[in-house]
Design a protein around this ligand. Structure first.
Ligand code: URA
Length: 264
């Protein structure tokens, strides 16, 4: 099959699969438009990264000590945090949930209304779609992964977090990442990807490519963690035709971690 035909067939397959797994809103399923078709540069893109070498399993003791360390940071620092103005309007802080020794960490933008009320990230409509992506799509359990946000308090009316709010909160996320030490980070949406990667590039250009997060901050010292940016589930709810792109990003992560695509 010619390279272009192969890519279009793959795009169609991703679209069918994504609609089957994540739910289609519209029928008939749209075929790729001219804008979806790869340019010459994209179709000769770098080959997929090889799978990561298997990591030594984390012992139960180590998992427990990470769980306690995270809980202590939440209880002693985050719950009472007044580092930015958002503390005045929040109901609850939203620290993060999941496996403290997770292989995959999902990082979103900020709590919304449902999260502000419950104290747990991604429990509203976008959260239900994220859970479907993890469980129906990747064949994992929500509790196998770790889910957090760039900022821990809801911005009023769900506005995009301000630069000073991100700056005030970032250290909590950096420490969560250091404690959990995931093999891969999935950045959901532009604010998460841009914060982790220190860039202003848009999500459309960042997604579907591997990037590196350096725990030491702006320097490139230390072992980097591979980052896959993808669309935020709230955006996918607004534009379900983009689900196939998110699904193809998740498949890149699964290939890198040797996670088989579940049989359907
Ligand atoms: N959107 C986010 O980015 N995070 C949440 O926790 C919920 C919605």
């Amino acid at each position: 099959m010619a390279a272009n035909t192969h890519t279009i067939v793959q795009a169609l397959r991703d679209r069918f699969e994504a609609d089957a797994i994540l739910g289609a809103r519209e029928l008939p399923i749209p075929v790729p438009t001219a804008a979806d078709r790869p340019t010459r540069a994209q179709s000769s893109a770098a080959p997929a990264e090889p799978p990561l070498p298997p990591r030594t399993p984390v012992s139960d003791e180590e998992r427990e000590s990470r769980r306690v360390a995270l809980e202590v940071m939440d209880a002693r620092e985050v719950m009472g945090c007044t580092r930015c103005g958002l503390h005045a309007t929040r109901t609850k802080t939203v620290f993060g949930v999941g496996n403290p020794a997770a292989r995959i960490m999902f990082i979103g933008e900020a709590p919304g209304h449902d999260e502000d009320v419950s104290g747990e990230p991604f429990v509203g409509r976008a959260g239900q779609l994220l859970t479907a992506m993890i469980e129906k799509g990747m064949g994992l359990k929500r509790e196998d992964v770790y889910i957090a946000n760039v900022i821990k308090c809801r911005p009023p009316n769900n506005r995009t977090p301000a630069t000073d709010e991100i700056a005030a909160c970032k250290d909590y996320l950096w420490r969560q990442i250091e404690m959990i030490r995931p093999e891969v980070i999935i950045a959901l949406g532009a604010p998460a990807a841009q914060t982790l990667l220190g860039t202003r590039e848009g999500i459309g250009r960042l997604r579907s490519r591997w990037h590196s997060f350096y725990p030491s901050g702006t320097s490139t010292i230390g072992e980097p963690i591979p980052v896959m940016p993808t669309f935020h589930p709230a955006y996918l709810l607004r534009d379900p035709t983009e689900k196939s792109k998110a699904w193809s990003d998740l498949k890149l992560v699964m290939a890198r971690l040797n996670i088989p695509i579940p049989a359907r």
